[in-house]
Write a protein that binds this ligand. Structure first.
Ligand SMILES: C[S@@+](CC[C@H](N)C(=O)[O-])C[C@H]1O[C@@H](n2cnc3c(N)ncnc32)[C@H](O)[C@@H]1O
Length: 386
């Protein structure tokens, strides 16, 4: 049956879809002619490509795609051509070859992602259910870039941490800033490996300043979060959000005093009342919905919601550790980025605030700490060394 529409009218999406469903030779010809018309909208042209892809004759489809896939079309239209190649690649090798040629030609990250999604869907029936390795609050003692080797891949559902500040506190001794970043990079690679596909890593950082050697020297201020973005991406995570932790002004070091005395331009140094919580997701060939659907659909956060990316929380001081998380911060992170029963990891645990709150909220914490004194205290608080 041939489905007709007035030749001069702009084809509608509905009409093109109908042509796609009815796979007669004559409809194929109409679709090809239609594609050659000028002044079609991107949506219409893309729909035509989709209907051509649904036809029976693979040779004709291939002939069309191999001619048009490298022509000057909008990327939405090219993506649709690429999708046809993805779907047909398993049945017919010439589509796989064309798919690979398109990938090489366009070097486009959307197409790369489409390819990964498609491959994942093809292989997902073969994925075995993973055995849980961590069933109770646990502790790894030593350098996390080594100790985390004990953890199998994809065992963790959330990582939240505040890494050691480069030269800002007593417990650090990095030869250079680059040496510090390299060390952080090693830890992030481990985090990527142990994190379940599609899950989140949150890193709390703020710029640090190194002490100057004397009044005649300048101190150096490092924007740590800018550099963390780079190493997070290199490790395989992608940027999702930046949450700004805002502290009361009385609680932060006073940098503005000098300026207030002199009022000289250029000497302005505002008090820093914010820290970054960098939110990244492990690159995965599926949408977040898949992670959410793995849980009981009745599990929801019914309490009050933080509707902006600014969280107002007072810092906490502790006589046992110089840089502890406020419990409220950990509770928010756990509430928004994990479910009850999840295994959550802080690779730079310090006093273990995150682990403590995680236990209270029904998660299973895995902590790492290299300082033996802190590690001993964590053991006393019920984190069993593994
Ligand atoms: C900023 S503190 C974390 C404080 C923690 N958020 C809390 O609430 O107590 C960083 C901690 O990481 C530890 N650390 C530094 N490098 C480490 C490494 N490579 N492996 C394991 N722990 C490390 C330090 O000993 C320090 O206790």
């Amino acid at each position: 049956m041939t489905i007709t529409q007035s030749f001069f009218a702009t084809p509608t999406i509905e009409y093109i879809k109908k042509l796609g469903l009815d796979k007669s030779d004559s409809n194929f010809t109409i679709l090809l002619d239609m594609f050659m018309q000028e002044n079609l909208s991107v949506d219409i042209r893309r729909e035509i490509v989709s209907s051509i892809g649904r036809q029976k004759d693979n040779d004709k489809i291939y002939e069309f795609l191999s001619k048009e896939a490298f022509n000057n079309h909008y990327m939405e239209v090219i993506y649709q051509m690429f999708r046809t190649c993805l779907y047909k690649a398993k049945q017919d090798v010439k589509f796989a070859i064309l798919r690979d040629k398109m990938l090489a030609h366009y070097q486009n990250e959307v197409m790369q992602k489409m390819f990964e999604y498609y491959e994942f869907r093809q292989n997902k029936k073969q994925v075995k259910t993973r055995q849980r390795q961590i069933l109770k609050p646990s502790l790894l003692i030593g350098d996390n870039s080594i100790s985390l080797n004990k953890i199998q891949e994809q065992q963790i559902q959330l990582v939240f941490t505040s890494p050691p500040y480069y030269n800002a506190r007593l417990y650090n001794d990095y030869k250079s800033y680059q040496n510090y970043l390299d060390s952080m990079n090693n830890t992030l690679k481990q985090c990527y490996r142990i994190l379940e596909n599609g899950r989140f890593i949150l890193i709390n950082v703020s710029p640090v300043i190194t002490k100057r050697a004397g009044r005649e020297f300048e101190s150096i201020r490092y924007p740590i979060h800018f550099d963390f973005h780079k190493i997070l991406c290199e490790s395989g995570f992608y940027f999702v959000d930046e949450i700004i932790w805002i502290k009361p002004e009385y609680s932060v070091p006073n940098r503005i005093a000098g300026y207030l005395q002199t009022k000289k331009p250029l000497s302005y140094k505002p008090n820093c009342i914010t820290e970054s919580i960098m939110v990244y997701r492990k690159n995965s060939p599926f949408l977040l919905d898949k992670n959410i659907k793995a849980y009981d659909k009745n599990l929801k956060n019914n309490e009050e919601v933080d509707s902006t990316n600014c969280w107002y929380i007072a810092p906490k001081s502790d006589r046992n550790h110089p840089a502890v998380f406020p419990e409220e911060l950990c509770a928010k992170v756990l509430k928004y980025y994990s479910f009850e029963g999840d295994v959550v990891c802080d690779p730079f645990a310090g006093s273990g605030t995150f682990g403590k709150v995680a236990k209270e909220m029904g998660r299973i914490p895995l902590l790492c700490e290299q300082n033996l004194e802190y590690a001993q205290k964590l053991k006393q608080r019920g984190f069993d060394e593994i």
